[in-house]
Design a protein around this ligand. Structure first.
Ligand code: SUG
Length: 447
């Protein structure tokens, strides 16, 4: 295979914990203040990457960010040396300290929106870092994410990097988690679908209880930056009702791969219109669009969300058939599991294999298989231009598992961040990681 869709997974950071930071994300709220196991979380993520790499898929790694975020604490007026700052913050605002220690950059689907070179007027791959404006802990990710992406895709003949959009709620942008693409071959012109939760500039229907994290205006800005052909670009609103049920990103209720769209009956506001648009555009591009819509009578929206069925990855195998990568939790829902078994048995369905993964540590913060990865379509030359240290090989997997064993704790609570030793461990770990991944100086701290 010369043309691929590679997956770059976010490596879970040493401060992974449950802080209940994400209003609208049921798992995050439900597991608030539970004990986490960062070591287990990182190893679960690595195991997924390894198995997929062993199966022949191109698998990349994106490193975590320095946490606790001591720079942000300084900017917020905490003074003194690192130990004093941590003590001071833990006394006056333990919630803030916990938010500024979140390992949330592991959910790489929120790192950026990525457009393949086939779709952009200048023939280059475009990245726009997500501003993650809706949540304090996530809004701090953007600058380091920009540095990581620039170091990973470090060749301006092939890659164009855009910083995050204006940090203001009218331009709230959550990256690839609200973005789908349909195509025949990956490196042929595709149709890009940008999904938003609300319009900032005009009045429209919105969820009532939980925030809509992505605006239409942000989607439009990203499509402009990426020089997309409007003929093949679609903007669609997610069904606001399901945001109130807990669909805080569109990848919780739909997933696409090549010509396949797998989603729930109630995913989008004007679903029929949207499907017709995709179909019409796919006809112009000469491929047949396959729509797999799960009816609510078979899987109720609540079960779809709780099982995280749609937070799956659809991966094209060497023989052209597809594998669906799901969270293990799907097996606990009889209707979901039966649906998947029947789907993959159907000879007319391109998906013919189910691959469950145990990602429980991430799932308990609302992050399934699809949340953990950033997709990047690459042709042969583009792949060769990727920082080689960022790709998972057998050796690098061994190095990374040893690195996790060396630095990560096996229990952490949201009140543990006053501890200078934890900060030291985390920063030292990241320093060593930049060498394993050959990324150079991407963090602005000194060990
Ligand atoms: O932004 N959870 C993340 C989960 C992101 C999932 N990503 C995608 N669906 N693509 C979020 O809500 C919880 C952190 C905490 O509560 O400790 C959190 O940030």
């Amino acid at each position: 295979m010369l043309n691929f869709e590679a997956n770059f997974d976010g490596l879970v950071g040493p401060t992974h914990h449950y802080a209940g930071l994400s209003l609208g994300n049921k798992a995050s709220l439900y597991n608030r203040n539970e004990l986490s196991n960062p070591k287990k979380a990182a190893l679960q993520g690595l195991k997924k990457m390894k198995l997929l790499a062993d199966r022949g898929f191109i698998q990349g790694i994106l490193p975590p960010q320095p946490r606790p975020n001591i720079n942000a604490l300084r900017e917020l007026g905490f003074i003194g040396n690192d130990a004093q700052i941590l003590q001071y913050a833990s006394k006056v605002s333990p919630h803030l300290l916990s938010a500024l220690s979140s390992a949330s950059s592991m959910w790489a689907a929120n790192a950026a929106t990525v457009s393949p070179s086939a779709d952009s007027a200048d023939g280059k791959i475009h990245f726009t870092v997500a501003n993650l404006n809706n949540k304090l802990h996530r809004s701090l990710e953007a600058p380091v994410t920009a540095a990581i992406l620039r170091a990973t895709f470090n060749n301006n003949s092939y890659f164009v990097h855009h910083n995050s959009l204006i940090q203001q709620s009218d331009f709230s942008d959550e990256g690839a988690a609200n973005h789908n693409r349909f195509c025949s071959e990956y490196t042929h012109q595709g149709i890009q679908l940008f999904v938003y939760g609300r319009k900032a500039f005009t009045k429209g229907i919105e969820p009532q209880f939980y925030p809509a994290r992505q605006t239409l205006e942000a989607c439009e800005a990203v499509s402009r930056l990426h020089q997309l052909n409007l003929k093949y670009t679609i903007f669609a609103q997610q069904n606001p009702i399901i945001i109130d049920y807990g669909v805080f990103h569109n990848d919780v209720i739909s997933v696409s791969n090549q010509n396949i769209f797998f989603h729930h009956q109630y995913s989008f506001l004007e679903q029929e219109k949207l499907l017709k648009k995709i179909k019409d555009k796919s006809k112009v591009l000469g491929f047949s669009f396959i729509n797999i819509e799960v009816p609510d009578r078979e899987i109720k929206i609540k079960d779809a969300i709780d099982s995280y069925l749609f937070n799956s990855q659809l991966l094209t195998k060497q023989d052209g058939k597809m594998m669906i990568v799901i969270p293990e939790e799907c097996q606990q829902y009889k209707n979901v599991w039966n649906y998947l078994i029947n789907l993959t048995k159907d000879p007319s369905c391109p998906i013919n294999e189910i691959q469950p993964f145990d990602l429980q540590e991430s799932m308990r913060n609302g992050g399934g298989p699809a949340c953990l990865r950033l997709r990047v379509v690459l042709n042969k030359n583009e792949l060769a231009a990727v920082n080689s240290g960022s790709l998972l090989t057998e050796d690098r997997y061994q190095q990374l598992t040893q690195w996790v064993q060396k630095y990560y704790r096996d229990r952490l609570h949201s009140n543990d961040f006053f501890d200078l030793q934890l900060l030291k461990e985390s920063y030292e770990a990241l320093d060593e990681l930049t060498q394993i991944l050959m990324l150079g100086n991407i963090y602005d701290f000194q060990c």
